[in-house]
Design a protein around this ligand. Structure first.
Ligand code: HMG
Ligand code: MG
Length: 302
């Protein structure tokens, strides 16, 4: 097995995790979560999204959250931007990276961003150009790369098609997302393989939701292909508001435990990460979705 020696984790908890919360989460709590994540050693954090507040009310405080963060050198702060309007608003907040987000399934594209895949590319292209001109990094999230809540199974060819479009408009790296967490290792590998026709392995990130408990297996399957960038949410927060029933991303604690157990470095302090997860779980008045965090907290208590 040719496993990477180091894995770069991107915590998407403040964005993907919290976007789905019904109860208001004050900007100060989001800022504190970001501070705790960077203190735990996360060097990439997806902070918020500049989307319509009518579509995702929880992210309406995007600018406030971005301006509240005490930036730490060496940390990359990213934000989602679906169109030029979102990009222009995001630019004021000085993100390091912007994320355009498309889908491998037409139905999900319509439900999530109210346009077809082809139309989404027309909207993203000027965003990507403007971001690159402003010296920002550009990532492209690809939703529903194995399954769609509206269309069912998604063929790898659809993923390859989307990855090719992302490449054409100048996106620098892409996320292979299992939005609803239905993937299993071989299916995820096929989606990654289709992506690798357009992006090299250093520019492919795994983004696995854990609805069916497969995300760690899928992470290992991606690692075996040489993928070394992954997104996860502290405490396993979240889900997408336009993918009903889907749960959060794989918990960052789970991924860190897996990787460290395999001798793979992440630069993350698991104990401090567990503290960050406990902070947000306490605020939300719910137990963490991370079994690793639960085990460590039980061990501490006992
Ligand atoms: P639309 O209604 O088609 O947009 O929405 P529009 O251009 O026709 O504009 C309609 C109204 O929205 C106007 O306001 C615009 O000003 C406003 P009004 O005149 O009616 O008062 N508007 C905006 N406001 C703020 N920021 C903007 C913006 N754009 C337009 N950027 C739109 C299109 C894309 C805006 C909408 O569909 C939207 O906001 N969608 C976001 C959905 C979303 O955030 N989903 C979750 C993130 S994706 C995800 O979680 C998946 C991921 O994790 C990977 C995975 O797991 O799969 C990334
Ligand atoms: Mg997601």
């Amino acid at each position: 097995m040719n496993l990477p020696a180091f894995v770069q984790l991107i915590d998407v908890g403040p964005r993907d995790g919290l976007q789905n919360e019904k109860q208001p989460v004050p900007a100060a709590v989001k800022v504190e979560l970001v501070h705790r994540l960077q203190a735990a050693g996360l060097t990439e954090i997806e902070v918020t999204s500049f989307v319509s507040p009518k579509w995702v009310p929880q992210m309406a405080d995007n600018a406030q959250v971005m301006s509240g963060i005490a930036r730490q050198p060496g940390v990359r702060y990213s934000v989602l931007t679906p169109n030029l309007q979102g990009f222009e608003a995001a630019l004021q907040s000085k993100p390091d990276e912007i994320v355009v987000f498309g889908a491998a399934s037409e139905a999900f594209s319509h439900k999530n961003i109210n346009c077809s895949i082809a139309e989404s590319m027309e909207r993203f292209a000027p965003v990507v150009q403007a971001a690159l001109a402003a010296g920002l990094a550009v990532r492209g999230a690809m939703s529903c790369t194995v399954g769609c809540p509206y269309e069912g199974e998604v063929a790898p060819e659809r993923v390859g098609y989307l990855a090719g479009l992302m490449k054409q408009i100048g996106v620098q790296r892409v996320d292979v997302a299992d939005t609803i967490g239905v993937g299993t290792p071989l299916k995820v590998q096929r989606a990654i393989e289709a992506t690798l026709a357009h992006f090299d392995v250093d520019h492919v990130c795994g983004h696995f939701h854990d609805t069916y408990g497969q995300a760690l297996g899928n992470t290992l399957a991606a690692l075996q292909m040489g993928v070394w960038n992954f997104q996860s949410s502290v405490a396993g927060l979240g889900g997408c508001p336009y993918a009903k029933g889907a749960t959060g991303n794989v918990a960052t604690e789970e991924v860190v435990y897996l990787l460290h157990g395999m001798g793979i470095d992440t630069g993350i302090d698991l104990d401090r990460l567990v503290d960050a997860g406990a902070f947000i779980s306490d605020f939300l008045q719910r137990k963490s979705n991370s079994r690793v965090a639960t085990a460590i907290l039980n061990k501490r208590a006992g």
